[in-house]
Design a protein around this ligand. Structure first.
Ligand SMILES: [Zn+2]
Length: 222
């Protein structure tokens, strides 16, 4: 309790010294994406794929600004804000797929980062998004960050334009630490943005090879 109280005071103090501004409207708020701007973001329900779902369009300037600031300017709370809104889309999709009809809860798996990249960035944005979704209703999902790892340091997919080069870049990038863990599980891979889907498909393949019952992808934006 003492610890939390001290942290609270420290946070308030830091907020006076370094006030937080919304990355879109630049007004002073307690978070880096204010409610007014969040409400302006429309859900993207067109262009559905069969196995990768997403909540927003990356063409939306607020979404683009928010995700950019999350990943490259350390504005971690944005992951929480966006993913809690995106949850509604995921829930709709999962109900359509009747994933909740199985006895076992679907497992959220954030796309793992290589340890070197994790050190550079200091956090895994996909993990923050997965925990944001999970926090909306922890009774619906399990979450796993241990049983699949990234074994190869790669160029960020966003820096490669060509689809085949993206597939090659991510190929054999992941490995599984416990073969039995994924057996018969319904899995939802979580990432921030998808473009060609190469990362999610690579993960999907390895999960299916290891006995997963179904594998879907869910990202904040496409
Ligand atoms: Zn704002």
């Amino acid at each position: 309790m003492y610890y939390n109280y001290t942290m609270d005071l420290l946070k308030k103090f830091l907020n006076i010294l370094f006030p937080i501004h919304c990355v879109n409207c630049l007004q002073k708020y307690e978070t880096h994406l204010c409610n007014t701007c969040l409400e302006k973001i429309p859900f993207e329900i067109k262009n559905k794929r069969s196995d990768i779902f997403f909540a927003f369009s990356y063409k939306n300037p607020i979404v683009k600004k928010a995700i950019w600031n999350l990943k490259f300017y350390n504005k971690k709370d944005i992951a929480y804000t966006l993913s809690r809104k995106a949850f509604d889309v995921l829930l709709d999709e999962m109900q359509d797929l009747q994933l909740f009809n199985n006895l076992e809860k679907p497992v959220l798996i954030p796309v793992p980062l290589h340890t070197k990249r994790l050190k550079e960035r200091g956090f895994n944005q996909s993990e923050l998004i997965a925990f944001g979704i999970y926090s909306r209703n922890p009774s619906l999902f399990n979450i796993d960050t241990k049983h699949i790892i990234r074994n190869r340091y790669t160029i960020p997919q966003a820096k490669i334009q060509n689809k085949n080069e993206r597939i090659a870049n991510i190929s054999k990038c992941f490995s599984i630490t416990n073969k039995d863990f994924f057996k018969n599980k319904n899995i939802i891979i979580i990432d921030d943005v998808t473009t060609t889907g190469a990362t999610i498909f690579e993960l999907k393949n390895i999960l299916i090879q290891n006995g997963a019952r179904s594998v879907y992808g869910f990202t904040l934006a496409q």
